[in-house]
Design a protein around this ligand. Structure first.
Ligand SMILES: NC(=O)c1ccc[n+]([C@@H]2O[C@H](COP(=O)([O-])OP(=O)(O)OC[C@H]3O[C@@H](n4cnc5c(N)ncnc54)[C@H](OP(=O)(O)O)[C@@H]3O)[C@@H](O)[C@H]2O)c1
Length: 325
């Protein structure tokens, strides 16, 4: 009987739909002895997976519960097949991206700060100054600006996979001018190749990153790309921190050239004394965009169907690494 190790923190109720022909073995967050399993469902926290791996024996297949799996091969090496749960967690990150854009354009950080400082109405006028400073639009606007609109904005979506397509669906009611970018160019809908990124960046008012971290995407947004972005453009990163060069990003934020909304950072977790916390015009959340109450049952449903295919000897669908033995 195949043995499947899973995080003991997951309530067994969520594993009801797993095939009856496997033995389910709950794994605590720490192990002090060896455990023999064939298939491993690591938890979502890399540090825990690092601690457990040296104690696991016999693992052939890793069914990750997340879409971004770049942290797993450095733990397991190339000798195991790894699948992700592509498609299981599209909605929450896509909603986060939409919310982060709206929160930025409606100046929620400024108004929340005013609310917390007890100077709610008096600081209202700061919105107009903020608008002029960050966009470079110095026209004398009357009445003074208190928010910006998303509708009609030029959006560059870098990554047009499962989550990118969900973001496109959510932005559709705002009639944004959407330009899509992926690894390879294609038509219907038109998608540009990433090699065209430098040419596309200067037009965008909002740049969304939703692609995996790979050797090719590491620092995809570096000093040159940030310099190509328009004054006041918004960079939204819900993918992985290291896709952006953090030092170059902090320089661009500190000089008042761009704004950013980041669910992910490099390093992560962001140390308490890291200067990024104090940069202007940035919303930071602690890699929180994806884990909603619906996450676990959806991810486990994808893992369970992959497991059924494995038992039936059928090809696996979400393979991100094929075992090299
Ligand atoms: N913040 C969070 O909590 C959270 C939650 C879930 C996922 N994520 C991140 O989001 C990423 C995307 O997830 P997904 O499910 O949408 O993945 P996906 O379905 O595999 O789609 C990935 C997209 O990125 C494109 N891509 C890959 N490498 C690229 C490169 N070097 N340059 C430009 N585009 C590239 C792919 O291009 P092709 O279409 O041409 O292959 C594809 O369109 C995950 O890998 C993960 O890191 C974050």
């Amino acid at each position: 009987m195949l043995r499947v190790g899973y995080p003991a923190a997951i309530d067994a109720e969520f594993l009801r739909d797993f095939p009856a022909e496997v033995e389910l073995i709950p794994l605590p967050g720490d192990l002090d002895h060896e455990v023999e399993i064939d298939i491993w469902l690591p938890g979502v926290f890399p540090a825990e997976a690092h601690r457990l791996w040296p104690h696991l024996r016999g693992v052939r297949l890793v069914l990750a519960l997340v879409a971004g799996t770049e942290w797993i091969p450095p733990i397991t090496g190339p000798g195991v097949t790894i699948c992700n749960t592509r498609g299981a967690g599209n909605i929450a990150p896509a909603e986060w991206v939409t919310s982060a854009i709206l929160a930025t354009l409606k100046y929620f950080p400024l108004y929340l700060d005013a609310q917390c400082s007890g100077q709610q109405w008096r600081r209202r006028a700061e919105a107009n100054d903020h608008y002029a400073r960050i966009t470079g639009d110095t026209r004398s606007l009357y009445p003074p600006v208190t928010v910006e609109e998303l509708t009609g904005k030029r959006v560059l979506l870098v990554g047009h996979g499962a989550i990118g397509q969900e973001i496109e669906r959510m932005l559709a009611p705002f009639h944004v001018e959407l330009t899509r970018v992926a690894r390879r160019a294609r038509t219907e809908p038109p998608v540009h190749a990433v090699s065209e990124l430098d040419m596309l960046l200067p037009q965008a008012e909002i740049v969304i990153l939703i692609l995996p971290l790979t050797p090719e995407s590491h620092h995809l947004i570096g000093r040159r790309q940030l310099a190509l972005m328009r004054q006041g453009a918004l960079l939204v990163n819900a993918a992985r921190g290291a896709i952006v060069d953090t030092d170059a990003l902090m320089d661009a934020l500190n000089s008042g050239r761009i704004r950013a909304a980041l669910d992910v950072t490099d390093p992560e977790p962001l140390p308490e004394d890291h200067p990024l916390w104090n940069c202007p015009n940035v919303i930071l959340t602690p890699h929180a965009a994806g884990t909603c109450p619906q996450f676990t049952p959806r991810a486990l449903a994808v893992a369970a169907s992959e497991l059924r295919r494995y038992l039936a000897g059928e090809p696996l669908i979400n393979v991100v690494q094929t075992a090299i033995r």
